[in-house]
Ligand binder design. Structure first.
Ligand code: ADP
Ligand code: 5GP
Length: 185
């Protein structure tokens, strides 16, 4: 890889970005993963400081005021934000970073980082499979799922803003397409 980059993956909820990032983290530890802060509830299987830093609303709002976040957004009624210092430290030591952001966060990073940011929208192969995967994950209530599908339609409408659109058909193919983006830039 040439100069260090910030790879931003976005998708609708259930599009597969966490799964793909998990595979990249296992296979390519030379790419750093930016752990976001959030005010949402911890899901089963998630670990503080590995999946997210789980903050209270007050802690998050304090972080906004003190400039802790490179970008932040409200998604599905919760705050999410990228700690500034980690990304800055990685880039200044020549390390690329991968992160999982919503479409607002991706737009904000493109604006802040210019060519250093490479944005990738992960697209489920079709609407039926998208809903199946979202339900099959078993992490969200039906009400949450309906909200994520409604919000997802607005997110899908912004996919053309991204540098790359990657269809997540089989995991094997999607991983290989993602690797070709990460290592050819
Ligand atoms: P996101 O992080 O974008 O919300 P996840 O990575 O949690 O999405 O994926 C949603 C669900 O779909 C998970 O249960 C995951 O195991 C499954 N999944 C992801 N990619 C694929 C794929 N290519 N084929 C089948 N299932 C997949
Ligand atoms: P989830 O609650 O499913 O983990 O994530 C919900 C949404 O928040 C996803 O679209 C995810 O990409 C986004 N997200 C996670 N971390 C951040 C962040 O630091 N900033 C922004 N803007 N979005 C984030």
């Amino acid at each position: 890889m040439s100069s260090p980059k910030v790879f931003v993956l976005s998708s609708v909820a259930g599009g597969g970005k966490s799964t793909l990032i998990q595979l990249i983290r296992q296979k390519h530890p030379e790419i750093a993963f930016s752990i976001s802060c959030t005010t949402r509830e911890r899901r089963q299987g998630e670990t503080e400081g590995l999946s997210y830093y789980f903050l209270s609303k007050e802690e998050f709002e304090e972080g906004i005021k003190s400039g802790r976040f490179l970008e932040w957004a409200r998604v599905h009624d919760h705050y999410y934000g990228t700690p500034f210092k980690f990304v800055e430290d990685c880039l200044s030591s020549g390390k690329s970073v991968i992160m999982d952001l919503d479409v607002q966060g991706a737009a904000s990073l493109r604006q802040k980082l210019g060519e250093k940011a490479v944005s990738i929208f992960i697209l489920p192969p079709n609407e039926k499979e998208w809903e199946n995967r979202l339900r099959g994950r078993g992490t969200d209530s039906e009400e949450e799922i309906q909200k994520r599908i409604r919000n997802g339609k607005a997110e899908l409408a912004r996919k053309e803003e991204f540098d790359f659109i990657l269809v997540n058909d089989t995991l094997e193919k999607a991983l290989s397409k993602l690797e070709s983006i990460l290592f050819q830039i």
